[in-house]
Design a protein around this ligand. Structure first.
Ligand SMILES: [Zn+2]
Length: 474
């Protein structure tokens, strides 16, 4: 072979290699172009609302999956949230493994996006999971929350934010605020008090926004109707005595036991009794009872006589009783036996007393009546538009007028759920109560009659006569 022939051949080889490479590049471009044209994108309905979101997505003939988590350099928390989402996606796939998918239009959709809240140093996220077949018509499935302290670079759990026995305050606040909410009328009270117990997992799902702690829960847990996932705020200001950090300045604040802000919390699963005092108010005695109740953070029910409400010697008693969590009920205006009155007379006795009480404290509503002498009949039941409370333990204080006799009588029979009859008229009753109240408080929670029915899950209505939660006369 001549040198020239050799050279020509080498050139041919190089030429061929170049052609092959060009062809491969061409094919690759054609293939990628085909893939891009064929590639499906996440539908707009399944996009995140958040600008700094990381995404886990999956599209195939069976699934449309789009889940988002925050990516704003919250380190460990973001990693944890991403893992949590992946676990939920895996669970979704295994739960739906048996479902037949006919075509792309009936693909199984999993969507999870989050709402972001920022309050001082605390960032919080509420994740809402939705599922279905149509990206535009998904159903809420579940939710979870997370919070992060930017300054301390740590996950902000309740134990991170609060000190000591904070859960009781939180539960008492949640109950109080929820009763003022638009959902209050649709609440199943028995479920409500169990679900809102201080140790409930409900309190683990929260975000912090506008200086409020906002708890998220499934409405089906406590409402009689399904209203989806709902949120209930409680003001952080009322938690500040157990708050570890000032959420705005991140300065450590000394946690002080500020009893004035501490609300009374009732544990629905622990024993409770309702002490009731009739015929007052009577300043010198009523005041001693309120002092004794305050020391143990207890409450009682004062069934007052309307004509006594505005006596000067009793000034301030009704306001104080209500402010400190006790209940003020009606014991008629003139201490009249209702069974001897006409319908009009009964209703006037009640109305005049209720008005006198309600005029003392704005927004207060009387909820209970104690008939004089416990006397009632069908006519009384039909005429009184309130729940009537009699009693299951009679202290006979009006008869004995003796401290030790009263103590003996009550100690001998008191049990969980009892309603105890006493009178805030006698010094002997004050003396006995000053012993009884701290003594009972060691075993029982001291509640009002209305609370007793609520926490025991007993529904009552106007005209009912209650002796105890176990003994109710319709
Ligand atoms: Zn009486």
């Amino acid at each position: 072979m001549t040198y020239a022939a050799k050279k020509r051949r080498r050139i041919d080889w190089a030429h061929l290699a170049g052609v092959v490479i060009l062809l491969m590049v061409f094919l690759a471009i054609v293939y990628l172009g085909y893939r891009i044209i064929r590639m499906e994108r996440i539908p707009a309905a399944l996009k995140s609302e958040n600008s700094h979101a990381g995404a886990i997505t999956e599209i195939n003939d069976r699934y449309l999956i789009a889940a988002y988590y925050p990516e704003e350099s919250n380190g460990e928390l973001e990693k944890k949230l991403k893992e949590q989402l992946q676990k939920r996606i895996d669970a979704f796939k295994s739960e739906t493994a048996e479902i037949e998918v006919a075509d792309k239009n009936s693909r199984l959709v999993y969507f999870c996006d989050y709402q972001r809240y920022e309050d001082g140093d605390i960032l919080s996220y509420l994740f809402l999971e939705k599922e279905g077949n149509n990206p535009l018509l998904l159903e809420e499935k579940d939710f979870f929350t997370a919070a992060y302290d930017k300054a301390k670079k740590e996950e902000a759990t309740l134990d991170f934010l609060f000190l000591g026995d904070y859960r009781k305050q939180m539960a008492a606040l949640l109950r109080r605020e929820f009763k003022k909410s638009a959902y209050a009328d649709q609440t199943d009270l028995e479920k409500f008090y169990l679900f809102t117990q201080a140790e409930s997992s409900l309190y683990d799902f929260f975000v912090i926004r506008d200086q409020k702690l906002s708890f998220c829960f499934d409405s089906r847990e406590i409402l009689t109707e399904d209203k989806g996932i709902i949120m209930q705020d409680i003001p952080l200001a009322e938690m500040d005595f157990c708050l570890k950090e000032d959420l705005h300045t991140a300065e450590t604040v000394a946690a002080t036991a500020d009893d004035a802000k501490r609300l009374r919390y009732v544990d629905a699963l622990k024993p409770m009794v309702a002490l009731t005092y009739d015929d007052g108010p009577y300043g010198p005695v009523t005041e001693r009872l309120l002092d004794a109740l305050k020391k143990v953070n207890g409450a009682a029910t004062f069934f007052v006589v309307g004509s006594r409400v505005n006596w000067r010697a009793n000034a301030g008693m009704i306001e104080r009783a209500i402010a400190e969590g006790s209940e003020v009920g009606c014991h008629t205006y003139n201490h009249s036996n209702l069974t001897k009155l006409t319908t009009e007379e009964i209703q006037k006795e009640i109305k005049d007393t209720v008005e006198a009480i309600e005029a003392k404290v704005e927004g207060y509503h009387v909820l209970s009546v104690r008939p004089v002498g416990g006397a009632y009949d069908d006519h009384v039941k039909q005429s009184v538009n309130y729940v009537m409370y009699n009693w299951s333990v009679d202290s006979l204080d009006w008869k004995s007028r003796d401290r030790d006799a009263i103590l003996e009588k009550v100690r001998a029979s008191i049990e969980d759920g009892d309603i105890v009859l006493m009178h805030d008229l006698y010094e002997s009753t004050a003396e006995a109560s000053e012993v009884l109240i701290p003594e009972l408080a060691r075993t029982y929670q001291l509640v009002t009659v209305t609370e007793l029915m609520e926490y025991k899950g007993v529904q009552v209505k106007a005209g009912d006569v209650v002796l105890s939660p176990m003994k109710k006369i319709r």
